[in-house]
Every structure is written in C-alpha cells, then in structure tokens.
Design a protein. Structure first.
Length: 599
C-alpha cells in the first residue's frame, strides 16, 4: 500500500492504522473522525486544523537538543530562541506558541511595526524581542518604548543610517536604548529557492567595512556597551549542513575580531533561521539531523572561541519554519472526478458501430486478470486512432463518446484486476490514465507557496489507505484560474483512489502548511481563509476543539473590500421579490466554498 512518504516527512506525528491516517498523540484520533465531527457542528468546505501540541513539541525538541549539545561539549554560552513573526502571525497560532514557549523564555522576532506591536503586547516578559529588517525613526522609537515596558529587546542594524537614527532618538527622548545588534552580510549563502536571502549580494546586512564603521560610531558616542549581538541569516530551510558550518565559521571569526577590538559587552550570536523542514514525500532533501545541526554549531563556536581566546558566545536561533510547519493540516474534500461521466450507463452503442468501437467493446467484455494490462494498452491505442478518425470526419460525436467511455471502463477494470502493488508499472502508463480531482479549496489562499515558488507539500487521502491507489492524479482547485492546479508529475507521482462520490466523501490532507501560508494566502476569486479549529486534548487525552473560526461569509468578504453592504441590499431588494431576496440573503450568509454532494 502507498504510505505517501509518511516516514520521510511526518517526524512520527502521524501514522496509518485501519486504512486511516491518525494523529500520534493522546487518544490518537483519525483525521476522518475529526473531519466528520467538525462537519456535524456545521463547518462546511475545507478545514484548517491547528495542533498546539506540535508547536510545543517542536519548541521543546529545539531547546532540549541544544541544551544536550551544550552539556556534551561543556560549552560556556547559553541557548535562546525567538520565533520570527513573519512565519505566522495569526492568533490561533501565536497564542499557543507563547504559552508553549514561556517555560523556555522563547521570544519573538519582529520585522515590521505591526509585528513589533504584537511582540510588545504579547511577548512573555523575560523573553527576548529581536527587531530585524529595515526601520524608520518611528519603529526605532517603538523599540525604545518596548524597552521602557520591561522587555529584553534588541535592535538589529541593517544599515548605518539606522544607527544614526538610534543616536537621534537617544538625544531627543533621553530614553534608555535597547541593546544593539549588527546584521552581518556573509559571503556564505544557502541553496535552493531561498538562497538569495543570504550571501554577499543579499538584501540585508553590513559588509566588513560597514561593520568597522558601525563599531567606530558606537565607540565615538560611548555606546559600545550596547553592542550585544551579531546576527546572520543565510536562507530558509537549508538542506546542507556544510552551508551552515561555513556560515558559523565566518560569523564566529567576526565575533572574535569584534571582541578583540573592544566590544566587551558583545556576548551573543544570532544564527538566524534556516533549520530545514522536510516537505518531500519521495526522498530526503534535508541532509542532516537536528542533533547534527546543534552539535556542529556548538562545537565550531567553542573551537573558534578557544583559538581566538574570547568568551564563548550565547547562541540564538530564529528557526520559524521548524517550529510552525507541522502544526497545521488542511483537509479538503474532493468534489468531482472528471472520469465519473464515463459510466457504463452513459454508453450508447449503435446497431452498427465502427470497427474500432466494436473492438473496444470486445476488449471490455473479455478483460481478465491475465491480459488486463495488455488490453489496457490496446484500448489506449484504439482511442488514439478513433480520435484521429473523429478529426478527419469519419466518426461522429456519439462514436467519440463511446470510445472515451469504453477506454475509461477498461482502464478502471484492468487496474482493479491487477491490484498493482508495484508503482513502477503504473509509471509506465500514468501519462495516459490520469484522473482529474476537483478539490474544494483554493491553492492561492491555502497553498500560496505551491503556486508562487513551486514549494512541495505532502499530500495524501485521509482514508482508504488499506487499498491500492491506482489513479495518477492531477488536482484542480475551485478558482477560476488555470494556475489553480497541481499537475501530475511522473517523477513525483501522486496516486489516489477511484471513489464513488455519490456514496462517500473523499478527503485529501495537505500537511506542513503551518509556516507562511496563512498570511501569504490571497483572496483570489474572493476565497477567504478556510474554517479553522484548534485541536487540543484534556488531561485524560480526550480531544476537544477550541477557538473555532468559521470561514468568512460572502457578505463579510465584500464588506472587507469596502463595498457598501447597505447599497448592495438595496439593489437586490429593488430587483427581487421578497421570497427570492430571502433566498439570496441566505446564500450571502454562507461562505464562498462549494458544497459537497454528501453535505
């Protein structure tokens, strides 16, 4: 049976039992039961499930692994972490994160004024706030206010002008300044689709000359003791440990040189984000473990500190994707299979059929297990010939319809008979037997990275996992856009089941969607966020659903776009009778997603 690469990407968070994918936690509920439970409560359309216990697990794993490495190497520095708010700012993610991180003094990183406001309002006191990205005077002043509130806050300098602005705010307000960090523009860069966020040509950071200038500015203004941290970021979800090690060596030596210049208060290195997450269902793309990651960082920084005779730095990380990705799963029902019209009852054979149609019909009637694949190949050849005859005008539309129906019936019957376990056999023929699955979701809203940068996400059905999936699948979303498709890829093939949707629902799960997808999602065709629910567990391990947030009603979506709702109502009232208006008004109170046959 197809396990959909569960052992590659799931980190033991999920498992398959009795044909269902289940949550490997507490009472171990099946996703299908969760879906049915929420549907019975009135939720419609796709559902986004958030799992706070997975946020807690990732934070604990990160801190415990680094603490183990520190103990292993007798490292003198400490480990801390901050979560970059750009990865996920929504309340149903952020508040569970803050609760889970309080024990570890796990802080927040802000890259905009709005994110800084969130950090100022909600970050646990005693946990760090890092302020990265480009900053104007207002944003810098806000950081001073955060300091006044009692927060441990660091302004990471992206350019020398920001340092000059800090001096202005100190002079004008007489307030105590936050700590200062310098973002280093390394020569080392990451790899893959996020590589350009690091390296010497990256958007952010100071080169060697600017680092020395920043040091002199601080020294000349008697503020050198504010310099507490240096920071780098070489990309997101880095696949190679060699890249990370190279960046650590470069940054460790910069740290040591600044210490020797007289930066006595400098005691920390923020290694940024980039800790890899496995998204692939087909092969490992992250070539290192978390243990190797932490061990290499601790070992290399200790070695450099010993060589240069400086204090071992405290270590900070901003590994947001690692913390967030696994915590959300999208469940979306299939609305239609586009071969479903190819049922036997739609076959309209004539008294006198073209020879190739008769041959197809004979193939269908005589199909058996021994010759199943051979007959399937023959039927595909017949179909190609018949389509050519149609184009030349030798057969009519009814003949074409019969050819398509018979070919699809033969394919279905053949695949059922051979009960293929070896997917290599399917790969030989999957280009011609693809099934199109219409799925009740918007790629642009729920998986924007898939559309925008071809990001992979693990995809699998949540049921029927004890049966062979033999249909090579292309997924279509419900937007009116040809880009709203996950095409079949024979190098990374998705196989799904042949289902009668009139009798049962078939739900697909999209995993590792907790990082970036929420706030990057767009309202293409005015599809808003799907309904979302926190899945939590009581002390007895029983599941409970909290903080449910229904998908927006159509009327609310339009109001968000600044349409005059009263004017809309006036237009409809003037053109419809009372009964028709009430029906329309009822529809406007529903969400924008489609209703399944089994709803």
């Amino acid at each position: 049976m197809n396990s959909y690469g569960l052992k590659i990407w799931s980190e033991d968070n999920f498992f398959i039992e009795d044909g269902l994918i289940k949550l490997n936690h507490a009472s171990k509920p099946a996703f299908l039961d969760i879906y049915k439970n929420l549907k019975s409560q009135g939720f419609k359309g796709p559902l986004l499930l958030r799992f706070p216990h997975l946020i807690k697990k990732q934070i604990a794993t990160l801190f415990n692994t680094f603490e183990h490495s520190i103990k292993e190497y007798n490292y003198k520095g400490s480990f801390s972490g901050v979560f970059p708010l750009k990865v996920n700012q929504v309340p149903n993610f952020l508040f569970p994160l803050l609760r889970a991180g309080k024990k570890y003094a796990y802080g927040l990183e802000a890259g905009s004024k709005a994110e800084l406001v969130l950090a100022m309002a909600y970050n646990n006191l005693g946990a760090h706030i890092m302020v990265n990205g480009f900053k104007d005077k207002e944003m810098i002043h806000m950081a001073f206010l955060a300091k006044k509130m009692g927060h441990k806050i660091t302004l990471t300098i992206e350019g020398l002008n920001e340092l000059e602005t800090i001096l202005e705010v100190i002079k004008e307000t007489k307030m105590t300044s936050p700590d200062i960090g310098l973002r280093i523009r390394l020569h080392t860069s990451g790899s893959g689709i996020w590589a350009k966020s690091g390296g010497i040509n990256s958007k952010f950071g100071l080169n060697a000359t600017e680092i020395l200038q920043a040091f002199k500015i601080l020294e000349d203004n008697a503020l050198i003791d504010l310099l507490r941290i240096i920071h780098f970021h070489i990309g997101s979800s880095i696949s190679s440990i060699q890249t990370i090690k190279k960046a650590i060596k470069e940054t460790g030596n910069i740290y040591a040189e600044l210490k020797k210049l007289g930066a006595k208060a400098l005691d920390s290195i923020n290694i940024g984000g980039g800790l890899g997450v496995e998204y692939s269902q087909f092969e490992k793309t992250k070539q290192y473990s978390l243990e190797e990651f932490s061990n290499d960082i601790v070992f290399l920084l200790k070695e450099i500190a010993l060589q240069k005779n400086v204090k071992e730095p405290n270590i900070f990380t901003e590994s947001g994707r690692f913390i967030a990705a696994s915590s959300a799963v999208l469940l979306a029902p299939v609305l239609e299979l586009f071969s479903s019209e190819y049922e036997y009852e739609n076959l309209k054979l004539k008294k006198q059929n073209p020879k190739l149609i008769s041959e197809l019909y004979d193939l269908y009637l005589s199909l058996n297990k021994k010759y199943a694949l051979e007959y399937m190949h023959d039927s595909l050849d017949c179909l190609e010939s018949l389509l050519t005859l149609f184009d030349l005008g030798y057969i009519d539309l009814q003949d074409r319809s019969n050819a398509e129906i018979l070919t699809n019936l033969i394919i279905k019957k053949a695949l059922e008979l051979v009960n293929i376990d070896d997917y290599s056999e399917l790969k030989k023929i999957d280009e011609k037997i693809q099934e199109k699955y219409l799925v009740n979701f918007s790629i642009f809203q729920s998986l924007p990275d898939l559309w925008g940068i071809d990001q992979e996400f693990p995809i699998m059905p949540i049921s029927h996992l004890d049966k062979n999936a033999t249909r090579s699948a292309s997924l279509w979303d419900i937007t009116c856009d040809s880009d709203g498709e996950i095409s079949f890829n024979d190098k990374k093939p998705l196989y799904l089941h042949d289902i009668n949707l009139k009798k049962e629902e078939y739900i697909l799960g999209f995993f590792n969607v907790g990082a970036y997808q929420d706030t990057l999602g767009m309202k293409h065709n005015l599809f808003s966020h799907p309904s979302e629910v926190l899945i939590e567990f009581d002390k007895k391990g029983q599941m409970k659903t909290n903080q449910a947030l229904q998908s927006q009603k159509i009327i609310d979506i339009l109001e968000d776009l600044d349409y005059d709702i009263l004017h809309l109502e006036k237009v409809f009232k003037s053109k419809l009778d009372d009964k028709s208006y009430k029906i329309l008004k009822q529809y406007l109170e529903e969400n924008n997603y489609l209703k399944t046959i089994c709803s």
